[in-house]
Ligand binder design. Sequence first.
Ligand code: HPA
Length: 285
Amino acid sequence: MTPSLPASSPLDPTLSARVQASVQVIRERAPRLNPRMALLLGSGWGSVAEQVQDAIDIPYADLAAFPHLAVQGHRGVLRLGTLSAKPVAVLMGRQHAYETGDAHAMKGAIRTVAALGCQVLLQTNAAGSLDVAMQPGECMVLCDHLNLAQRSPLIGEPGDDRFVDMADAYDPQLREAAHAAAKGLGLPLHEGVFAWMMGPQFETPAEIRMLRTLGAHAVGMSTVPETILARHAGLRVVALSLFTNLACGLANMPLSHSQTLVAAGDARAVTASLVQALVASVDLT
Ligand code: HPA
């Protein structure tokens, strides 16, 4: 007997049907909203969702292409509504590769927002800072990444378009828009390279020294697979990290997930206002 594939398998032949079914559920429940921008909120960025007007919530469990979430601080709800007067689809939480070892957990969700007509994916995450000049509570816009987990969500994809060009994976114009938004708010906004480590354990001091040597500025356990998926689906990507800590070995502070959530909670006002200002400034056709 052939073993059945897990629902999120890269080879899952049911994925496109599940994406279509998810689009249909969204269109039925939010018939007048045509989101052109999707937001994927990571740890501690949940306050952004509170700013969404006329919100319609759909649990991921009702969307066949979406993952089932487990990690505290990630909600597993798709919120449709308007943010800064723009129609948006807000993905409140992601499934991480460290939960299953698979990098493609968000494939169906990203394809669903692309099929809905979204042109931009704004991602957010919590990250460790690799430079004491970038302090906890401050944000960074990603200009590039290092896929150090060495996993691709596109394994098993057919066709030449799987060979995605990753130059300018983080859209230069949207990065500029992020800087302009931060400046308008008087907030510091760093720019740098994000290193994806698989986790779920935090890094060792030696790994942090390695990441610094490799030219990374931030380290985290998410975002990179979703960027690859979004670029493959033709979306422009902009990604923001909130530094919740100095990376291991750079400060005398024990790291834990609850510390990440507490530090992120302290930055609620900053993260919400930065995202709102950025969304307001993005031109969508
Ligand atoms: N390392 C990895 N992921 C993280 C960190 C970190 O220091 N902080 C928040 N997410």
